[in-house]
Ligand binder design. Structure first.
Ligand code: 9YT
Length: 132
């Protein structure tokens, strides 16, 4: 069994901070769960374009409000506590936070913790995917 505490994890390199958002990776690829689990905070007043071409991601809003825009269709959805979005088609999207948003997110395949966002908004594929 794996047991971790978000507040303690935030004092370690599990917390990744960038301009406008931070994310604490509570479960990573080396936990062998088949997915990774993150708690992500988006700063109020910021917008971000993400495009996880090599990962499926589901994102559940715990607190805060904003919008998500599907950049393929232009469709906009309101984000508020209780809303989940799932990027089942590796959807390129723009996330805008009206107030600070806290999300619980899962990635399949799991991220390793070493990824950095590339210019196209994606993370590199997991090694076994890249090797195919
Ligand atoms: C909301 C969202 O897209 N979170 C993604 C997780 C974050 N980019 C991370 O942990 O890398």
């Amino acid at each position: 069994m794996i047991v971790r505490d978000l507040n303690k994890a935030r004092e370690t390199d599990r917390l990744v901070s960038t301009d406008g958002w931070d994310s604490t990776r509570l479960l990573l690829a080396d936990d062998n769960m088949g997915f990774s689990f993150h708690v992500t905070r988006i700063k109020a007043g910021t917008s971000h374009v993400f495009h996880y071409k090599h990962h499926l991601e589901a994102v559940f809003c715990i607190e805060g409000e904003g919008q998500i825009k599907d950049l393929a269709t232009g469709e906009v959805h309101e984000i508020k506590p209780g809303v989940i979005y799932a990027l089942d088609k590796n959807d390129k999207h723009e996330l805008s936070a009206k107030s600070q948003i806290t999300f619980a997110c899962t990635f399949n395949p799991p991220v390793t913790g070493n990824e950095v966002h590339r210019e196209d908004g994606s993370y590199a594929p997991a090694p076994e995917v890249a090797a195919e």
